[in-house]
Design a protein around this ligand. Structure first.
Ligand SMILES: Nc1nc2[nH]cnc2c(=O)[nH]1
Length: 436
């Protein structure tokens, strides 16, 4: 135990092994839904759902292990939502590209990713982002996470005339979310250690007792075969020879870059890791992330990235790589316990995500709201993330406006040259993303 503690620097972070393990469990429970959602989304492109399930579990585990053991951060990885929908619905179904070629696109994007990571370009860009914008990214991610939670738990639903609206309270499941939220809020306000985790546990128990959550008939199942997707993209790399496919590769690259960069910085802000507006060991975190994306493309899944749900583990006190390692181990176990995981429904995770949103929104207070040239781009980032349902789109909105407001306010000298480059990148990025 002593050696584990020393390896991860648990004492320096004023944490304990127990707390790190609890955090690993909390993060895992918050994001385990991806094991079912990802095969469902990628399955629509014709991929074998069982193989995608296995690829999702393994690629997530590889990223978690790297992030925990190499970068030593309590940050978990998994195939990102949003970009997986782009993979299935825009690239495969919309453009008529085969899923094997789309996987080859993810592979090439991850190679380019590694190259720009090795040449430290990603680090330079992340370091160039002004502190106020980093704080806004953190808060925006909080809003986004809470929105995902509120929607998943049925409290916020789609509405044809008003876009979104309050959920259906004639459904028992909506009330289960309300119960979970109230119990978690009480535990949080009373500062009970592991409040978020206990909240999820109690919600699952009440769900099972009330019949709203169906208990599985068996707990163990054989791991599905990876064969249908394993290395399937490799033979199709030669297909990436059209402008259309390069646009696809560029989209995988840009969305994953800014999603991961924003998520890493947001989580580092939440955990208190930022030093002088810089994230220590960011290079190692990015190498871990790119390697997981590369592994995912070979195993058979859309781009893997740092997951915002890691914020739930950080919220219960996870501060070291042990948290991510525990999450990774649980992803490996999940290959064999898939029936048991069905107990973790979106009503169970919803309260955790909403509370995490509250915690991440606390960085709002550090933003320089007095200055409109800061307030406007910051606001666009914060509001843009939940409304576009995308971290990278939210960042794009703010980063396009930032140089405009700063120049207008006569603060041209404070703009890092890279922020001008990002201005142009995002204008093009917005255009690319609209060619759906
Ligand atoms: N950062 C991040 N976290 C997620 N959690 C679920 N989907 C996503 C995503 O697309 N990006």
């Amino acid at each position: 135990m002593e050696r584990v503690s020393r390896f991860f620097g648990i004492e320096e972070q004023h944490s304990t092994v127990q707390r790190e393990i609890l955090a690993g469990f909390t993060t895992f429970i918050s994001m385990v839904y991806i094991l079912f959602v990802n095969p469902s989304v990628l399955g629509d492109s014709g991929m074998d759902k069982g193989a995608v399930f296995a690829a999702t579990a393994l690629a997530s585990a590889i990223g978690c292990f790297l992030m925990g053991l190499y970068a030593k951060y309590p940050i978990a990885t998994a195939p990102a939502l949003g970009i997986n929908a782009f993979f299935s619905y825009s690239v495969v179904i919309g453009m008529g590209v085969s899923w094997q070629t789309a996987l080859a696109g993810v592979f090439v994007a991850s190679l380019i990713f590694m190259l720009i990571t090795v040449f430290k370009l990603r680090e330079i860009i992340i370091d160039a982002i002004p502190r106020n914008m980093k704080l806004a990214i953190s808060a925006g991610i909080g809003m986004f996470v809470a929105f995902i939670g509120l929607h998943g738990g049925g409290l916020i639903v789609a509405n044809k005339s008003t876009v979104v609206g309050l959920g259906d309270f004639s459904q028992g499941t909506t009330w289960l979310t309300v119960f979970g939220l109230i119990i978690t809020v009480i535990l949080m306000v009373r500062k009970v250690p592991g409040a978020i985790f206990i909240g999820m546990l109690l919600t699952s128990i009440v769900g099972a007792i009330s019949g709203l959550i169906k208990l599985p008939t068996h707990f163990v199942a054989a791991a599905p075969s990876l064969k249908p997707t394993f290395l399937a993209g490799l033979n199709h790399i030669g297909d990436i020879n059209t402008v259309q496919m390069w646009v696809v590769v560029l989209t995988f690259l840009l969305v994953t870059f800014f999603d991961t960069a924003g998520t890493l910085v947001g989580l580092a802000e939440q955990a208190g890791f930022m030093k002088d507006n810089k994230m220590p060991r960011v290079g190692k975190a990015l190498v871990s992330d790119s390697t997981a994306m590369l592994a995912g493309s070979l195993l058979g899944t859309s781009p893997v990235g740092a997951f915002v749900e890691s914020s739930a583990g950080i919220a219960v006190g996870g501060r070291t790589g042990l948290t991510a390692v525990v999450t990774g181990v649980l992803f490996v176990f999940s290959l064999f316990f898939s029936p048991l995981l069905t107990v973790v429904t979106s009503q169970v995770t919803a309260p955790a995500l909403v509370i995490v949103g509250v915690l991440m929104a606390q960085s709002l207070k550090k933003i320089d709201w007095e200055k409109l040239e800061i307030a406007i781009p910051a606001f666009l980032i914060v509001l843009g993330m939940p409304l576009t349902y995308s971290i990278s789109d939210g960042i794009a909105l703010g980063f396009i406006v930032y140089p405009i407001t700063m120049i207008t306010a006569g603060r041209r000298k404070e703009i890092h040259p890279i922020m001008y480059v990002l201005f142009f990148v995002f204008v093009v990025f917005m255009y690319i993303l609209n060619v759906k």
